[in-house]
Write a protein that binds this ligand. Structure first.
Ligand code: ARG
Length: 373
């Protein structure tokens, strides 16, 4: 009730609406009779947008008002959820001119066992396979989840870029997995504007990042299935997904093709720059929205100023806002922010497929970015 009241106060204030007290009374009654309450579409839309505005780790928040909120609270079967997710993918992809969207499914209170859970961390991700000889094929970050899919009966070609199925669970029932039809998945083969050998590395990435494992909290209501997307920032794909030693680990191969001496200094930096240029070039060539880190940093500074004009101080997680490549050449590097978590917001939850032990619970309870229900 307290959280609901705080949210309603915020909503009526920011929207400059009359009638907050009446709405609060109505909610109080609904809570008394049913143990929970239902957001109007307008409340939901506002709440989701503000949750994005409040996401301390997101550099792309300048565009928070443009979020398209798709209300799928009436949906209840796994088939319907999957269909809604395909609609989301299609709307967001938009032939490459990516649109930010969030699809919200019903929030089930603990007492009602029909909780909708999407097991995937993102709707579109590449499988990772631990091979006999101990090496990894594909995305190592997804190795555990890939095994979960295989245990459910999913079969694949076993390449470095197999799109994982979407795993949907309703209540306590066994989850169902669905393969995304290839026509829905916009992908970009990576090539370099000058190095003709680059294409032969066989790199590709998907156009749209759609986070599906975070809980959207608005006014005390936890929406456990509320997948959302923006568009990519260059470094996420090039520096991290391809560059990290614990991910596709491409720097040694690129350095070798470039003829760099990996015993000399700075070979990683040279390889990283070319990798970033290749990803930027390939996305631009195909007309897929993607922002580089310098532009993203400028946009974030605009966001901070725009928020200040509205009397709001931005909270931000410096380590996440600062890009991994050429950090100090961007303005965000030179700033300091409070990292306070305010509601509405998005939180991490335990993966539905992972047995959570006491230690994990303890750690989650201490982490402001986690939700423990
Ligand atoms: N870093 C994640 C990835 O590489 C995506 C996180 C969300 N990013 C975004 N631009 N909305 O897939």
């Amino acid at each position: 009730m307290t959280q609901a009241e705080e949210f309603i106060t915020l909503y009526y204030q920011e929207k400059e609406l009359e009638g907050a007290e009446t709405r609060k009374k109505e909610i109080a009654e609904e809570i008394e009779f049913t143990g929970t309450y239902t957001h109007t579409y307008e409340e939901l839309e506002f709440g989701a947008k503000v949750a994005w505005r409040n996401s301390n780790r997101c550099i792309g928040r300048l565009f928070w008002k443009t979020l398209k909120v798709i209300d799928k609270r009436q949906v209840s079967t796994a088939d319907e959820v999957f269909e809604s997710l395909l609609e989301h993918i299609e709307y967001a992809s938009n032939g490459g001119k990516i649109r930010s969207a969030l699809t919200v499914f019903k929030a089930s209170p603990k007492t009602e066992p029909q909780t909708i859970r999407i097991w995937n961390p993102q709707l579109i991700r590449y499988a990772g396979y631990r091979q006999q000889n101990g090496t990894l094929l594909g995305d190592p970050a997804l190795a555990a989840f890939t095994q979960v899919c295989k245990n459910l009966g999913w079969k694949s070609d076993t390449t470095a870029f197999d799109v994982l199925p979407i795993v949907i669970q309703i209540g306590k029932s066994t989850p169902t997995f669905y393969s995304i039809p290839a026509s829905y998945i916009l992908e970009v083969p990576i090539e370099h504007p000058r190095f003709s050998w680059f294409q032969a590395l066989g790199l590709r990435w998907h156009a749209v990042p759609i986070i599906s494992n975070m809980v959207l909290e608005i006014g005390g209501i936890h929406y456990q299935a509320a997948p959302f997307n923006g568009w990519y920032m260059l470094n996420e794909i090039a520096s991290r997904n391809f560059g990290d030693t614990t991910r596709y680990n491409m720097l040694p191969q690129i350095a070798q093709r470039m003829g760099l001496d990996t015993k000399a200094n700075l070979w990683q930096d040279r390889a990283l720059l070319e990798l970033n240029e290749a990803v930027l070039y390939s996305y631009q060539k195909r007309g897929i929205s993607l922002v580089d880190h310098h532009t993203a940093s400028d946009q974030f500074m605009h966001f901070v100023n725009a928020e200040r004009k509205h009397g709001r101080e931005v909270n931000a997680d410096w380590a996440w806002i600062t890009p991994p490549l050429s950090a100090s050449a961007t303005q965000v590097f030179h700033q300091e922010w409070a990292n306070k978590v305010v509601s509405p917001n998005f939180y991490y939850d335990f993966p539905a497929w992972q047995p959570n032990d006491d230690l994990m619970m303890q750690q989650a309870k201490q982490c402001p970015f986690h939700i423990y229900q």
